[in-house]
Design a protein around this ligand. Structure first.
Ligand code: ADP
Ligand code: MG
Length: 634
């Protein structure tokens, strides 16, 4: 009945919207009349600054108002909390030193901010921003029905950070249709998926997404192949953004106000309220410089009777920010190297983030990649627009490209001896699921403990543990007899469910991984780098093991051959062969992969020494046909 009522009440069902939940700003878009649009109520920019202000004894203020209050009362205005989503206190120690509000760990081991005696997690704060975003959407659409949304996250967000984002949406009463990567959304907004499909380039279409926001810089290298988006590499700096450019102007103002003009004492200059006012004045000047050759740096502080202004030319500004901008290129270089590409391999370059409005940033990116980047859409709106396109596709809208994201790290579990068994491989398109068979290693073992790990390394201790669970109630059986099916199921939002089922009893155990602690960006990067570095040693280890097995086979063949053919060989040849065989036996017990080359030489010498024996074992016809072949080849 409720269903019928709903149908009657809503002639036009609430659409699925796309939400860019940003570090600095959040906004919402929907798809209508064949294109996505930012939802802006009349007289409103649509942008909700991702900030919350806690006034004494009042309801918290969210968005623009919170940002303004941050000037007068910095300790009670919280912003940049996206950096702390799904993280533990230890992991974000360096981030915390850069924010003016006190943080602690709550009972679940996640970061919480203590404001006026109450603790707020990043999820709760994000939920408040999302509620404001939903209100903006409702205002623009003219309906305040609960929203369903596609929400974007940075490509490097791990499972915990994505899970925290979902929690935030749930707290805000928003149903998450899907979580997608910000660079993927930006590419969708430019229709690069359709362009790639039309051009059908061999090996796919590569895209570099350069995202320079308020407090973070990210570069992602994507590949679109057969309609699937893959993240080839991500790089960036979580402490590099528009804020740094503001700071350059704050420093300029401070040095003149304190040293040159003596308007500010060192003590006043350190006051957080003064700092915030300077920061806002600097940001305003920075934005003016984007559109004008000269910007005005105007700092008023009535309490100190300061009303100071100074012109900044674009040339002067560009010189001041050069070092900051160059740091983004270092990240681009690393990302390209990780993707095994060079700048000229990139088919499309997309600019994202408010800071890419700055002309010198655009010039720099253009000269680095040797092509004009996409700037047709507003860079601070492009992610929300793309999310709206994805929402439209999910709602059954026409667009014939299948969109998928991929998992950035392999998922698997620890097996005997501390090795890992990868169940879902890195870069698998999601959603996906895979089942592996496992068994016991001791007689009458009644339970199996599972350790779910994430990462590329061969040993579980080198990977990241996502959680443990235990399957119990296995009936007494000899080791190796019980059959346990372990299913890994990764949903479209990157949430992992692992189910273990013992076949005879049907006993089940399950874990949904929503880890409290998660990786820092550096760690995620480090894990991938490590796996690349280890690829060589892993390769050598398996090569070494292969050689040892090969020596065993050669020894068996030689021993067999000598029993029948030794009377046809002279004593010296037999001595040489036996010497080589002894060297092979000695080498077989070596366990040191570092001696790979030495073992290779022993194998080669052994092979040579077997040639005369191989020769006498062949008949005269085969002899000429097979000369030069070793004993093993016969
Ligand atoms: P985020 O993705 O971090 O939420 P945005 O993409 O909204 O952030 O970018 C915010 C940053 O963009 C801020 O540092 C802001 O000062 C900067 N910004 C916005 N507009 C301009 C402009 N016209 N010129 C220069 N910087 C700008
Ligand atoms: Mg952004």
């Amino acid at each position: 009945m409720a269903f019928l009522e709903l149908t009657v009440l809503n002639n036009e069902p609430t659409p699925i919207v796309g939400i860019d939940l940003g570090t600095t700003n959040s906004l919402v878009a929907r798809y209508r009349d064949g294109r996505p649009e930012i939802l802006k109520p009349p007289g409103h920019s649509g942008t909700v600054p991702s900030a919350v202000y806690f006034a004494e004894g009042e309801e918290p203020r969210v968005g623009t108002e919170a940002r303004l209050h941050a000037i007068a009362d910095p300790g009670n205005a919280i912003f940049s909390f996206k950096r702390f989503m799904g993280r533990g206190l230890k992991e974000v120690a360096s981030d915390l030193s850069s924010v003016p509000f006190p943080a602690e760990e709550n009972q679940h081991g996640v970061v919480a901010f203590n404001v006026r005696g109450t603790r707020y997690t990043p999820q709760e704060l994000s939920a408040r921003v999302l509620r404001q975003v939903a209100a903006v959407a409702g205002e623009a659409i003219g309906s305040h029905a609960p929203l369903t949304a596609v929400i974007t996250v940075p490509a490097y967000f791990d499972d915990a950070q994505r899970a925290a984002t979902r929690d935030a949406a749930r707290l805000a009463g928003i149903e998450v249709a899907r979580i997608i990567n910000e660079p993927t959304a930006a590419s969708l907004a430019y229709g690069l998926d359709l362009k790639a499909a039309n051009e059908g380039k061999e090996g796919g279409h590569t895209i570099a997404v350069y995202d320079f926001g308020g407090g973070t810089f990210d570069v992602s290298i994507l590949l679109i192949e057969d309609g699937v988006f893959r993240v080839l590499a991500t790089n960036g700096d979580t402490h590099l953004g528009g804020d740094d450019l503001d700071r350059v102007l704050v420093d300029l103002a401070l040095s003149e106000l304190t040293e040159k003009e003596n308007l500010l004492t060192a003590e006043d200059a350190a006051d957080p309220t003064v700092r915030q006012a300077l920061r806002l004045a600097s940001e305003k000047c920075k934005m003016e410089l984007t559109n004008n050759p000269v910007g005005e740096l105007h700092f008023t502080f009535p309490d100190l009777e300061i009303n100071w202004r100074r012109d900044v030319t674009r040339e002067e500004f560009e010189t001041l920010i050069k070092d900051v901008l160059m740091r983004t290129l270092a990240c681009c270089r690393s990302a390209l190297a990780d993707a095994d590409l060079v700048a000229s391999d990139i088919d499309e370059v997309v600019l994202v983030g408010g800071t890419t409005r700055i002309p010198s940033v655009r010039k720099l990116v253009e000269s680095f990649f040797g092509q004009k980047p996409h700037v047709e859409l507003n860079p601070d709106e492009v992610v929300a627009l793309g999310a709206a396109i994805q929402a439209h596709i999910l709602a059954g809208g026409t667009r014939d490209i299948l969109l998928m994201d991929v998992t950035p790290l392999s998922l698997g579990m620890e097996t005997m001896g501390g090795a890992t068994s990868k169940v879902i491989l890195r870069n698998s398109p999601i959603p996906c699921q895979h089942t592996e068979g496992f068994t016991t290693y001791a007689d009458n073992q009644s339970g199996i403990e599972f350790n779910i790990v994430q990462g590329e390394r061969e040993l579980a201790k080198d990977c990241r543990s996502l959680g443990q669970f235990k399957l119990t109630g296995i009936p007494p059986m000899p080791a190796g007899m019980p059959k346990v099916a372990v299913r890994f199921s990764l949903d479209a939002n990157g949430m992992l469910t692992v189910t273990a089922k013992e076949e005879t009893t049907g006993n089940l155990a399950e874990i949904v991984v929503e880890p409290m602690n998660s990786l820092t960006d550096e760690e995620l990067e480090g894990m991938l780098m490590e796996s690349f570095e280890n690829a060589k040693s892993d390769f050598e280890a398996s090569r070494f093991a292969g050689l040892i097995t090969e020596l065993g086979t050669m020894l068996q063949a030689s021993e067999r051959g000598l029993r029948t053919g030794s009377d046809k060989l002279d004593a010296e040849t037999i001595d040489e062969l036996e010497e080589a065989m002894q060297a092979a036996r000695d080498a077989r017990v070596l366990k040191d992969v570092g001696r790979l080359k030495e073992v290779e030489a022993i194998r080669d010498a052994f092979e040579l020494a077997t040639l005369p024996l191989a020769a006498v074992l062949m008949d005269s016809v085969a002899k000429s046909a097979l000369s030069g072949k070793s004993l093993n080849d016969i």
